[in-house]
Design a protein around this ligand. Sequence first.
Ligand SMILES: Nc1ncnc2c1ncn2[C@@H]1O[C@H](COP(=O)(O)OP(=O)(O)OP(=O)(O)O)[C@@H](O)[C@H]1O
Ligand SMILES: [Mg+2]
Length: 469
Amino acid sequence: MKKVLVIDDEEKVCWALEQFLKDEGYKPIIANNAEEGLRKVETEQPNIVILDVRLPGMDGLEALKKIKSLNPSIHVIIITAFDFFETTIKAMQLDAFDFVAKPPDLDEIKEIIDRAIKAQELSKALSPPEIEPAEKYQLDKLVGKSGQMQEIYKLIGAITTNNVTVLIEGENGTGKELVAKAIHYNSPRKDKPFVPINCGALPDSLLESELFGYEKGAFTGADGPKKGRFELADGGTLFLDEVSTMSSALQVKLLRVLEEQEFEPLGGTETVKVDVRIIAATNENLESLVQSGAFREDLYYRLKVISFNLPPLRERPADIPLLVNHFLAAANIELGRQLKGLDSKAMELLLKYDWPGNVRQLENAIKVAAVLSRSDVILLEHLPPEIIAGPRKAEREASALESALENILKAKVKQAINQDSNNLYDDILSMVDKSLVNLVLQELNDNQVKAARLLGISRTTLREKIKKL
Ligand SMILES: Nc1ncnc2c1ncn2[C@@H]1O[C@H](COP(=O)(O)OP(=O)(O)OP(=O)(O)O)[C@@H](O)[C@H]1O
Ligand SMILES: [Mg+2]
């Protein structure tokens, strides 16, 4: 039986909680002050503590700190009546599990206790830690063992020893920049700079001067020379992000640099020679932009010597558990936590979700959940609401269909009850029969051969049905 220790100086509250906990199948232990409570934490080893903040003698926050240092796996639920704001912040910092206002609502307490016990059991089941230890975690590591990702690793490996231009295509958040860095940092250029520039973030004139640099007096405000990113990346790699947004004038200029590895800074006469590897990225379909005339075909082929197509996360669910562990390890470092893992229901949901924001969205979801989780495990309710609400689109559509059908049937059942019917079953089947046969014939232009095949019935049966209708 799980033990719940109540520490409160109000007899009435203690009594009510004691009865309630007994009824719910827990073993209640009562203490009327913090000192007595701490003794009982040691002697009784409770699973959960319900702790009042205002206590005679040692106050609740002090007691919370002591309980957590005696046994960090005990979850402490705080009852607050005053200074809600300040107490809550302090108690959160001291790792309280959750809060209830005074007088405590029993249903709410029950829900919190259940959640705390679930977290505790999961935490036990998950030890030893499932996730990578901090010292093994590498920020820029590409994670994933799906077939699609293995192909990407192979391709990265194959091109790091040469200098071919690379185009990386993929939806938002699929890891384009990470792949670009992986190419650079695994190549002989790794000790030279990796210089990223987001072409979509700058207006045309600014982008031009950022890329190629300028001489003193090239334009008003150019009071000294400035090196462009091409020059800064000399010997290394230039990462042209969102390359599809470049104006056609700049596309021409870029093409020339790619072909000749040289250019003139704005307002300059001298040619600058550079040795730069270009990696471009886009989340648009560059090929269709070429077809519509928005992107130069010659530049497209010049960029796309080698191309990567990063698969969306929903097409490689096998990578999700690995990525989750990877991001949990990151959260442990960043937030100073000891998160062990994820509840299986939460994981199930992550596997079903369709991830429009791909790996970045997953990364953020885990970060949020890590902050919201008050124990060392992440439960379903810690995930962002859009993930809890939305599984895959196909499933949403199927369930919309199901609920529409359910509504129709409900109306029919009510009608049948009112009319005291005794053949509801046949009624409904013949209703479905009629509508289905009619619809199929309509869709197939009254072609009975095709209709019979689609319905999976013989033509004789179909003809009989039509006659009956
Ligand atoms: N395979 C992966 N393994 C580990 N982390 C990844 C992986 N793919 C992406 N990430 C992480 O997800 C986040 C988004 O990745 P990145 O910035 O490379 O995506 P992107 O394709 O450039 O996105 P956008 O199109 O929005 O610019 C980053 O924090 C990155 O570290
Ligand atoms: Mg990016």
